[in-house]
Design a protein around this ligand. Structure first.
Ligand code: SAM
Length: 283
């Protein structure tokens, strides 16, 4: 086994290892350590404070799932807010939807954006799209004075540590809801059901205090701890999409053709979660 290994051991005491080819970039930003290395197995890899964030090979698992479930459940999503997401993958997926008029992406760390533009061109490909405003600031501050603006809000954040901690908080979720339009949908990434069950349970307790309809959906995410990830579908007015036949077939098929994971039948299937996940989200 090559001794040149990247490994992430999460606070839960287990993680992943990837054979490294070369270290490509390292920079201590005011918020976190930004590292990029190349690898035989996953292409270029971005880590923040040593924790796995994005790989060229498997980023689509995450970016398709966080984006297309809310976007195709909403009847006509025009104005979108992405919180975090500095690598640009979520913005790239959002722009597949013809209904999108404008996206605000609020990323605290400009270094992440620069590193992604340089080393992840297929992920950051749409960050200069005229429909996108990239705001480099703390989303906790940004959201405070926003009201009734967004059809869909995606919280594409780091874990609830460091700059990301304040994004897993009742006050923040209330501000996100205030910034959403009537009929709006909010989807935060809600951690790994197996690897970070405590974080996940705490997050859903907060989400359920703020939103009427809250449900986890899950998918494989190879390089995240436990290889299994969750996102939280939250809305006051829109029901959890448990029947894919309620999803507009024409819109869904157009997106499906461009995806490696998302398809219309999967749209409702992802909400069929194992008992332990259901208990974490409702306990
Ligand atoms: N989208 C990637 C993926 O494939 O899962 C990983 C998530 S993205 C890199 C997480 C981003 O959230 C980071 O770039 C981090 O700088 C940003 N972030 C953390 N706290 C933030 C805050 N308070 N405001 C805005 N952005 C924040």
């Amino acid at each position: 086994m090559s001794e040149n290994l990247y490994h992430e051991i999460t606070p839960e005491g287990f993680g992943i290892a990837i054979e490294k080819d070369k270290d490509l970039y390292t920079k201590q930003s005011p918020f976190q350590k930004v590292d990029v290395f190349s690898s035989r197995a996953f292409g270029n890899v971005l880590t923040l404070d040593g924790l796995m964030m994005v790989t060229e090979r498997d980023e689509f698992f995450y970016h398709e799932m966080i984006t297309h479930i809310p976007m195709l459940t909403h009847k006509d999503p025009k104005n979108i807010l992405v919180i975090g997401g500095g690598d640009g993958g979520t913005v790239r997926e959002l722009l597949k939807h013809d209904s999108v008029v404008h996206i605000d992406m609020v990323e605290i760390d400009g270094e992440v954006i620069e590193a992604s533009k340089k080393y992840f061109p297929t992920v950051s490909s749409e960050l200069d799209n005229p429909k996108v405003s990239v705001l480099v600031m703390d989303a906790i501050e940004f959201i405070k004075d926003k009201t009734d603006l967004y059809d869909v809000v995606l919280i594409d954040s780091t874990d609830p540590i460091g700059p990301g901690e304040g994004l897993f908080n009742e006050g923040f979720y209330n501000n996100v809801k205030k910034a959403s339009k009537k009929g709006g949908i909010v989807v935060p990434q809600t951690e790994g059901p197996f690897a970070q069950s405590e974080n996940m349970q705490k997050t859903y307790r907060l989400l359920r205090k703020v939103f009427k309809n809250v449900a986890p959906y899950c998918s494989v995410m190879p390089t995240y701890p436990g290889g299994y990830w969750s996102w939280g579908f939250c809305s006051d007015e829109v029901d959890i999409p448990l029947d894919y036949r309620t999803i507009d077939e024409k819109r869904a098929l157009k997106i499906e053709k461009t995806c490696k994971i998302y398809n219309r039948k999967l749209h409702s299937a992802v909400f069929c979660v194992p008992n332990f996940v259901y208990e974490l989200a409702n306990g």
